[in-house]
Design a protein around this ligand. Structure first.
Ligand SMILES: [Mg+2]
Length: 296
Protein backbone atom coordinates (compact mmCIF):
# COMPACT_ATOMS: atom_id res chain seq x y z
CA UNK A 1 0.00 0.00 0.00
CA UNK A 2 1.39 3.44 -0.85
CA UNK A 3 1.49 6.04 1.98
CA UNK A 4 -1.64 7.89 0.78
CA UNK A 5 -3.67 4.65 0.80
CA UNK A 6 -2.32 3.83 4.27
CA UNK A 7 -3.41 7.25 5.48
CA UNK A 8 -6.91 6.78 4.04
CA UNK A 9 -7.16 3.32 5.61
CA UNK A 10 -6.22 4.42 9.15
CA UNK A 11 -8.60 2.83 11.64
CA UNK A 12 -10.77 5.01 13.87
CA UNK A 13 -10.13 4.02 17.50
CA UNK A 14 -11.36 7.17 19.27
CA UNK A 15 -14.09 9.80 18.87
CA UNK A 16 -11.55 12.61 18.37
CA UNK A 17 -8.77 13.22 15.85
CA UNK A 18 -5.67 15.40 16.20
CA UNK A 19 -3.14 16.30 13.48
CA UNK A 20 0.21 17.62 14.70
CA UNK A 21 2.77 19.53 12.66
CA UNK A 22 6.36 18.54 13.51
CA UNK A 23 9.05 21.16 12.71
CA UNK A 24 8.78 24.24 14.90
CA UNK A 25 5.69 22.80 16.56
CA UNK A 26 6.87 19.65 18.36
CA UNK A 27 10.61 20.10 17.76
CA UNK A 28 12.65 23.28 18.04
CA UNK A 29 14.36 22.47 14.75
CA UNK A 30 13.31 25.37 12.54
CA UNK A 31 16.26 27.63 13.30
CA UNK A 32 18.95 24.97 12.89
CA UNK A 33 17.39 23.50 9.74
CA UNK A 34 16.76 26.83 8.02
CA UNK A 35 19.90 28.68 9.08
CA UNK A 36 22.46 25.86 8.96
CA UNK A 37 21.08 23.60 6.20
CA UNK A 38 18.57 25.24 3.84
CA UNK A 39 20.04 28.74 3.64
CA UNK A 40 23.76 28.01 2.95
CA UNK A 41 22.75 25.60 0.19
CA UNK A 42 20.25 28.09 -1.25
CA UNK A 43 23.02 30.70 -1.52
CA UNK A 44 25.47 28.28 -3.14
CA UNK A 45 23.20 26.40 -5.56
CA UNK A 46 21.34 29.52 -6.70
CA UNK A 47 24.52 31.61 -7.06
CA UNK A 48 23.86 34.34 -4.49
CA UNK A 49 27.35 34.36 -2.95
CA UNK A 50 27.95 38.00 -3.91
CA UNK A 51 24.88 39.13 -1.95
CA UNK A 52 24.80 36.39 0.64
CA UNK A 53 23.84 38.77 3.44
CA UNK A 54 20.67 39.82 1.60
CA UNK A 55 19.86 36.33 0.31
CA UNK A 56 20.13 35.08 3.90
CA UNK A 57 17.89 37.89 5.15
CA UNK A 58 15.25 36.96 2.55
CA UNK A 59 15.48 33.22 3.18
CA UNK A 60 15.15 33.60 6.94
CA UNK A 61 12.28 36.06 6.64
CA UNK A 62 10.30 33.73 4.36
CA UNK A 63 10.94 30.54 6.28
CA UNK A 64 11.15 31.64 9.92
CA UNK A 65 9.73 35.09 10.54
CA UNK A 66 6.85 35.63 8.10
CA UNK A 67 3.40 34.24 7.46
CA UNK A 68 5.04 31.81 4.99
CA UNK A 69 6.93 30.14 7.87
CA UNK A 70 6.76 26.37 7.55
CA UNK A 71 5.69 26.26 3.90
CA UNK A 72 6.94 23.58 1.51
CA UNK A 73 10.61 24.11 0.51
CA UNK A 74 9.83 24.58 -3.19
CA UNK A 75 7.16 27.17 -2.47
CA UNK A 76 9.72 28.84 -0.21
CA UNK A 77 12.17 29.02 -3.13
CA UNK A 78 9.52 30.74 -5.25
CA UNK A 79 8.69 33.24 -2.49
CA UNK A 80 12.37 33.95 -1.77
CA UNK A 81 13.20 34.50 -5.47
CA UNK A 82 10.24 36.89 -5.82
CA UNK A 83 11.47 38.94 -2.85
CA UNK A 84 15.06 38.84 -4.13
CA UNK A 85 13.90 40.16 -7.53
CA UNK A 86 12.53 43.22 -5.72
CA UNK A 87 15.78 44.00 -3.88
CA UNK A 88 18.17 46.43 -5.53
CA UNK A 89 21.17 44.86 -3.78
CA UNK A 90 21.07 41.98 -6.27
CA UNK A 91 20.71 44.17 -9.37
CA UNK A 92 23.43 46.50 -8.04
CA UNK A 93 25.80 43.54 -7.93
CA UNK A 94 24.71 42.27 -11.38
CA UNK A 95 23.59 38.97 -9.90
CA UNK A 96 21.50 36.85 -12.26
CA UNK A 97 18.35 35.61 -10.54
CA UNK A 98 17.39 32.17 -11.92
CA UNK A 99 13.90 32.55 -13.45
CA UNK A 100 12.96 28.96 -12.45
CA UNK A 101 10.18 28.92 -15.05
CA UNK A 102 9.87 25.16 -15.02
CA UNK A 103 9.81 25.02 -11.22
CA UNK A 104 7.05 27.64 -11.14
CA UNK A 105 5.00 25.58 -13.60
CA UNK A 106 5.66 22.35 -11.68
CA UNK A 107 4.59 23.71 -8.27
CA UNK A 108 1.24 24.85 -9.62
CA UNK A 109 0.29 21.36 -10.88
CA UNK A 110 2.06 19.02 -8.43
CA UNK A 111 0.53 18.36 -4.99
CA UNK A 112 3.25 16.03 -3.74
CA UNK A 113 6.08 18.55 -3.81
CA UNK A 114 9.05 16.42 -2.82
CA UNK A 115 12.24 14.90 -4.18
CA UNK A 116 10.51 11.77 -5.60
CA UNK A 117 8.16 13.79 -7.87
CA UNK A 118 10.93 16.27 -8.70
CA UNK A 119 13.31 13.43 -9.70
CA UNK A 120 10.61 12.09 -11.99
CA UNK A 121 10.18 15.54 -13.56
CA UNK A 122 13.94 15.83 -14.08
CA UNK A 123 13.98 12.45 -15.88
CA UNK A 124 11.05 13.56 -18.01
CA UNK A 125 12.37 17.00 -18.99
CA UNK A 126 16.16 16.83 -18.54
CA UNK A 127 15.83 20.49 -17.47
CA UNK A 128 19.04 22.09 -16.16
CA UNK A 129 17.04 24.33 -13.83
CA UNK A 130 15.16 21.41 -12.27
CA UNK A 131 18.42 19.46 -11.95
CA UNK A 132 19.88 22.36 -9.95
CA UNK A 133 16.75 22.49 -7.78
CA UNK A 134 16.94 18.76 -7.09
CA UNK A 135 20.67 18.97 -6.29
CA UNK A 136 19.88 21.74 -3.78
CA UNK A 137 17.02 19.80 -2.23
CA UNK A 138 19.05 16.59 -1.92
CA UNK A 139 22.00 18.39 -0.39
CA UNK A 140 19.69 20.08 2.13
CA UNK A 141 18.49 16.62 3.22
CA UNK A 142 22.09 15.41 3.56
CA UNK A 143 23.02 18.43 5.69
CA UNK A 144 19.92 17.98 7.88
CA UNK A 145 20.84 14.35 8.44
CA UNK A 146 24.38 15.34 9.47
CA UNK A 147 23.42 18.45 11.46
CA UNK A 148 20.08 18.03 13.20
CA UNK A 149 20.53 15.72 16.15
CA UNK A 150 19.58 15.67 19.79
CA UNK A 151 16.82 18.23 19.46
CA UNK A 152 14.18 17.17 21.98
CA UNK A 153 10.52 18.17 21.78
CA UNK A 154 9.40 21.45 23.35
CA UNK A 155 8.77 21.24 27.10
CA UNK A 156 5.10 20.54 27.66
CA UNK A 157 4.64 18.51 24.46
CA UNK A 158 4.79 15.10 26.10
CA UNK A 159 2.37 15.99 28.89
CA UNK A 160 -0.10 17.30 26.33
CA UNK A 161 0.23 14.38 23.91
CA UNK A 162 -0.16 11.83 26.73
CA UNK A 163 -3.41 13.50 27.69
CA UNK A 164 -4.52 13.84 24.05
CA UNK A 165 -4.01 10.19 23.10
CA UNK A 166 -6.41 8.96 25.78
CA UNK A 167 -9.28 10.30 23.72
CA UNK A 168 -7.93 11.01 20.24
CA UNK A 169 -6.36 9.31 17.25
CA UNK A 170 -3.22 11.29 16.42
CA UNK A 171 -1.10 11.67 13.28
CA UNK A 172 1.87 13.82 12.28
CA UNK A 173 0.93 16.30 9.50
CA UNK A 174 4.10 17.65 7.93
CA UNK A 175 5.74 18.90 4.72
CA UNK A 176 9.10 17.41 5.74
CA UNK A 177 10.34 14.26 3.94
CA UNK A 178 9.13 11.09 5.73
CA UNK A 179 12.63 9.72 6.35
CA UNK A 180 13.62 12.80 8.37
CA UNK A 181 10.35 12.76 10.36
CA UNK A 182 10.64 9.06 11.08
CA UNK A 183 14.23 9.54 12.29
CA UNK A 184 13.33 12.48 14.56
CA UNK A 185 10.24 10.91 16.14
CA UNK A 186 12.03 7.58 16.71
CA UNK A 187 15.23 9.20 18.00
CA UNK A 188 13.14 10.93 20.68
CA UNK A 189 11.03 7.83 21.35
CA UNK A 190 7.87 9.73 20.47
CA UNK A 191 6.69 7.57 17.57
CA UNK A 192 4.55 5.53 19.97
CA UNK A 193 2.28 8.53 20.58
CA UNK A 194 1.10 8.77 16.96
CA UNK A 195 -0.81 6.43 14.66
CA UNK A 196 0.84 7.64 11.46
CA UNK A 197 3.51 10.02 10.20
CA UNK A 198 2.47 11.87 7.03
CA UNK A 199 5.28 13.72 5.22
CA UNK A 200 5.47 15.67 1.96
CA UNK A 201 5.15 12.40 -0.03
CA UNK A 202 1.52 12.09 1.17
CA UNK A 203 0.47 15.41 -0.38
CA UNK A 204 -0.36 18.74 1.25
CA UNK A 205 -1.31 19.20 4.90
CA UNK A 206 -4.88 19.90 3.79
CA UNK A 207 -4.90 16.52 2.04
CA UNK A 208 -3.41 14.74 5.04
CA UNK A 209 -6.32 15.86 7.24
CA UNK A 210 -8.82 15.09 4.51
CA UNK A 211 -7.43 11.60 3.85
CA UNK A 212 -6.98 10.62 7.50
CA UNK A 213 -10.02 12.22 9.14
CA UNK A 214 -12.46 13.52 6.51
CA UNK A 215 -15.82 11.76 6.75
CA UNK A 216 -14.61 9.65 9.71
CA UNK A 217 -14.92 12.24 12.49
CA UNK A 218 -17.26 15.25 12.73
CA UNK A 219 -15.36 18.54 12.02
CA UNK A 220 -15.78 19.77 15.62
CA UNK A 221 -13.93 16.64 16.80
CA UNK A 222 -10.89 17.28 14.57
CA UNK A 223 -8.06 19.52 15.80
CA UNK A 224 -4.90 20.64 13.98
CA UNK A 225 -1.85 21.83 15.94
CA UNK A 226 0.84 23.91 14.25
CA UNK A 227 3.21 26.87 14.39
CA UNK A 228 2.59 28.29 10.90
CA UNK A 229 -0.23 29.89 8.90
CA UNK A 230 -0.06 26.90 6.50
CA UNK A 231 -1.19 24.68 9.38
CA UNK A 232 -4.08 27.02 10.08
CA UNK A 233 -5.01 26.99 6.37
CA UNK A 234 -5.05 23.19 6.33
CA UNK A 235 -7.46 23.25 9.29
CA UNK A 236 -9.66 25.92 7.70
CA UNK A 237 -9.76 24.14 4.33
CA UNK A 238 -11.15 21.10 6.16
CA UNK A 239 -13.49 23.19 8.34
CA UNK A 240 -11.83 21.90 11.52
CA UNK A 241 -10.36 23.46 14.69
CA UNK A 242 -6.85 24.89 15.05
CA UNK A 243 -4.63 25.39 18.07
CA UNK A 244 -1.54 27.55 17.33
CA UNK A 245 1.86 26.80 18.86
CA UNK A 246 3.03 30.40 18.75
CA UNK A 247 6.59 30.97 17.43
CA UNK A 248 8.78 32.32 20.25
CA UNK A 249 6.22 31.23 22.88
CA UNK A 250 6.09 27.50 22.18
CA UNK A 251 6.43 26.34 25.78
CA UNK A 252 3.57 28.57 26.89
CA UNK A 253 1.45 27.28 24.01
CA UNK A 254 2.02 23.62 24.89
CA UNK A 255 1.26 24.32 28.56
CA UNK A 256 -1.92 26.12 27.56
CA UNK A 257 -2.97 23.25 25.29
CA UNK A 258 -2.38 20.72 28.08
CA UNK A 259 -4.11 22.73 30.76
CA UNK A 260 -6.97 24.30 28.85
CA UNK A 261 -7.11 23.69 25.06
CA UNK A 262 -7.56 19.92 25.16
CA UNK A 263 -10.22 20.12 27.88
CA UNK A 264 -12.16 22.57 25.72
CA UNK A 265 -11.70 20.42 22.62
CA UNK A 266 -12.98 17.28 24.37
CA UNK A 267 -15.82 19.19 26.06
CA UNK A 268 -17.01 20.80 22.81
CA UNK A 269 -16.30 24.38 23.99
CA UNK A 270 -13.35 25.09 21.68
CA UNK A 271 -15.17 26.53 18.65
CA UNK A 272 -16.41 30.14 18.74
CA UNK A 273 -14.91 32.74 21.07
CA UNK A 274 -12.01 30.58 22.29
CA UNK A 275 -10.95 29.65 18.74
CA UNK A 276 -11.27 33.28 17.66
CA UNK A 277 -9.05 34.60 20.44
CA UNK A 278 -6.36 32.00 19.65
CA UNK A 279 -6.37 32.97 15.97
CA UNK A 280 -6.11 36.67 16.77
CA UNK A 281 -3.11 36.04 18.98
CA UNK A 282 -1.50 33.89 16.27
CA UNK A 283 -2.09 36.49 13.55
CA UNK A 284 -0.14 39.07 15.54
CA UNK A 285 2.88 36.75 15.97
CA UNK A 286 4.11 36.76 12.33
CA UNK A 287 4.36 39.67 9.84
CA UNK A 288 3.65 39.53 6.11
CA UNK A 289 5.80 42.55 5.13
CA UNK A 290 9.61 42.16 5.24
CA UNK A 291 11.44 44.54 7.62
CA UNK A 292 13.59 45.96 4.78
CA UNK A 293 10.45 47.05 2.90
CA UNK A 294 9.15 48.88 5.98
CA UNK A 295 12.42 50.81 6.26
CA UNK A 296 12.23 51.91 2.62
MG1 LIG B 1 5.91 23.90 11.57
Amino acid sequence: MNPVEQLKALPKNHDFFIGIDSDGCVFDTMEVKQKECFCPNFIRHFGFQAASKYAREVWEFVNLYSKKRGCNRFLAVEAALDLIAQRHEFADRHIAIPPMTEMRAWITVENKLGNPTLSEKVRETNSAELKMLLAWSKEVNEWIEKTVHDVPPFPGFEDAVKKARQKADIIVVSQTPFEALDREWKENKLDGYVNFIAGQECGTKTEHLQYAAGGKYPPEKILMLGDAPGDQKAAQANGVLFFPIIPGHEEDSWARLGQEGLDRFFAGTFAGEYQKSLLEEFDKALPSTPPWQKKA
